[in-house]
Design a protein around this ligand. Structure first.
Ligand SMILES: Cc1ncc(COP(=O)(O)O)c(C=O)c1O
Length: 357
């Protein structure tokens, strides 16, 4: 759900991509992003494009032919990182776990000791499964072998602490349409000084011109034309981030936690378990299991058609096994949970069972 005050920001007059006012807004966005990412990284900005453009910015700038890349693979978006890294000529190794599982410090260390990667990549909040991967063990393991660490925070930023500096994440990227409660279209990214050093020592020019970080910095720092950024999306993002800071970043995280706890408790009352073990669940992306005999697609159709509530299903190995219920931004309240649970219960009663009577 888009934050209501963001809709107002979206209707403000458009200015050009080199207008001093555009750079003023972009500058405020950069500072607000530092607060929400939990970083002092100078190189913090919003890339024009969706979350995947943030992913591709991270991969295209830090992976070149021959770069050894270690990917922690436990869901759909790790596969996308893998594919992008291969396309950049990276030598990719993966540590595989079932969708929904997370990696321990010991597993992370053993993997990087074996691969000796230059770059490590993991997904902090895996939207396809509902699993939240602790960042610190992976960052510590990566740094112990001199690697830089990329974290996908597309689903976590704005709803869960990312703590880039505390966790020592080198590159984190995100999107605007999830925890930041804006329309899609920009990809926040932050890059540590250590990663910038690495970028400066690259042997080859990044294959992507559009997502070349050095060129992007010439635009956002040097005010030199690179591409025609949308001022409208920057107004929206500034407003979405300001709403988070106005609420209080910590308070916002706590609100998401409370909504999540209420959700899990309500599911337990219905006898429905969660796919991800306690302690590793993404609070804003809940993945209850589909009860035996329930046609999940029919339940989702019922909710959408009857109540205008859209939830997602599982896919890949989790097709038909989980629901994916977003509780983020303005929707992360106990009231929304109550509304959802009553309509969900109704759907479970109304939708015919897949098990023959
Ligand atoms: C964890 C994760 N990474 C990357 C992406 C890609 O973002 P986008 O669809 O905005 O390009 C998504 C989208 O849902 C995601 O959930």
């Amino acid at each position: 759900m888009v934050e209501p005050r963001v809709y107002q920001a979206l209707s403000q007059p458009v200015v050009g991509h080199l207008d001093p006012y555009f750079f003023e807004v972009a500058g405020e966005v950069r500072e607000l992003l530092r607060q929400v990412f939990g970083t002092r990284n100078e190189v913090t900005l919003a890339v024009s494009g969706t979350g995947s453009s943030g992913m591709e910015t991270a991969v295209a700038n830090f992976v070149e032919p021959g770069t050894r890349v270690a990917v922690f693979a436990n869901g759909y978006f790790c596969d996308r990182i893998t594919e992008m890294a291969k396309r950049q000529g990276g030598d990719v190794s993966r540590l595989e776990k079932p969708w929904g599982a997370t990696f321990s410090a010991v597993e992370a260390q053993e993997f990087v000791d074996r691969i000796k990667p230059h770059v490590v990549a993991f997904v902090h909040a895996e939207t396809s499964t509902g699993a939240l991967q602790p960042a610190k063990p992976i960052c510590d393991a990566g740094h112990s072998v001199g690697a830089i660490v990329i974290a996908d925070t597309v689903t976590s930023l704005g709803a869960v602490p990312v703590n880039v500096d505390e966790n020592e994440i080198d590159i984190a990227y995100s999107c605007t349409q999830k925890g930041l409660s804006c329309p899609s279209g920009l990809a926040p990214i932050t890059v540590s000084p250590r990663a910038m050093e690495r970028l400066r020592s690259r042997r080859t020019t990044p294959q992507s011109w559009y997502l070349d970080l050095k060129l992007l910095l010439e635009y956002y720092d040097g005010r030199k034309y690179h591409h025609t950024a949308s001022s409208t999306l920057f107004y929206a993002l500034r407003e979405g981030l300001q709403a988070i800071v106005d609420e209080g970043i910590e308070k916002r995280f706590e609100r998401h936690q409370r909504a999540h706890q209420a959700f899990v408790a309500a599911m337990a009352e219905l006898g429905i378990g969660m796919h991800v073990p306690e302690g590793y669940r993404i609070p804003n992306l809940n993945t209850p299991r589909v009860p035996a005999g329930v046609d999940d697609a029919a339940v989702r159709r019922y909710l959408l058609q009857k109540h205008g509530i859209e939830i997602a299903g599982g896919f890949g190995p989790l097709a038909g096994k989980i629901f994916r219920v977003g509780l983020m931004g303005p929707l992360a309240t106990e009231d929304s949970v109550r509304l959802f649970v009553s309509t969900f219960q109704e759907a479970l009663n109304e939708v015919p069972s897949t098990v023959p009577a």
